[in-house]
Design a protein around this ligand. Structure first.
Ligand code: DC
Length: 203
């Protein structure tokens, strides 16, 4: 049976962690849709046309290990503003969302555009400071040489671009449940998300 959980929110709000853990809890498949845009953005850094890069994307491209870098995040945010790039990635995401056995997708437009009929929609946020601090720890832990201020700047630039674009901007679906993780531990945020899913499964 198909059951879709759509998780959206700004960069580094904790949606990836929540999505992964919720998927593991329910035995659902998980797709981090940011990786589609990151893998597309990465190829444009080698001079490939963005629409060609999105159209030719292979599942194996999502496994490249440098996709989490701040440079690729910026390239992803830029290609994500191109309507034809978004269009090229829609079918894959929708097919993933409706696979048998349940799916969790996290991104920016899952509840609004990709899966407007998702059974559960969450909009995960956190304050700018908390998001930058978390991402700074994550990036320096992986060996990136980057300051807190540079991380904060990257997040704010991407949020502004992702929210202002004309096609599928970052915004909560009208029926999304908001989850502010600023003052929550990972366990608390995951438990709150699981509780929302349980409510909908019993409804
Ligand atoms: O979730 P992330 O930080 O890995 O996403 C990288 C960029 O990709 C983000 O700044 C905007 C874009 N993106 C998008 O436009 N739509 C999505 N569903 C997921 C990501």
């Amino acid at each position: 049976m198909a059951f879709t959980i759509a998780i959206d929110g700004p960069a580094a709000a904790g949606k990836g962690t929540v999505a992964r853990r919720v998927a593991a809890h329910f035995g659902f498949a998980h797709l981090d849709t940011g990786l589609l845009y990151r893998a597309t953005g990465r190829r444009t850094m080698d001079g490939v046309d963005p629409v060609t890069a999105a159209t030719e994307l292979q599942a194996s491209d999502l496994d490249a290990d440098d996709l989490r870098s701040p440079e690729i995040a910026q390239a992803a945010s830029r290609v994500a503003a191109i309507p034809q790039v978004r269009q090229a990635l829609i079918d894959f995401q929708r097919a993933f969302a409706r696979r048998a056995g349940g799916a969790v997708l996290d991104g920016r437009d899952i509840g609004t555009v990709i899966c407007p009929d998702a059974e559960v929609k969450l909009y995960v946020t956190a304050s700018d400071d908390v998001r930058a601090a978390r991402r700074h720890i994550e990036l320096t832990g992986k060996g990136h040489d980057i300051t807190y201020d540079e991380v904060l700047d990257d997040l704010r630039q991407r949020d502004a671009r992702d929210s202002a674009r004309a096609t599928a901007p970052l915004k909560p679906a009208p029926d999304a449940v908001h989850l502010d993780t600023s003052r929550l531990s990972i366990e608390e945020a995951v438990a709150a998300a699981i509780a929302e899913v349980e409510k909908k499964r019993q409804a």
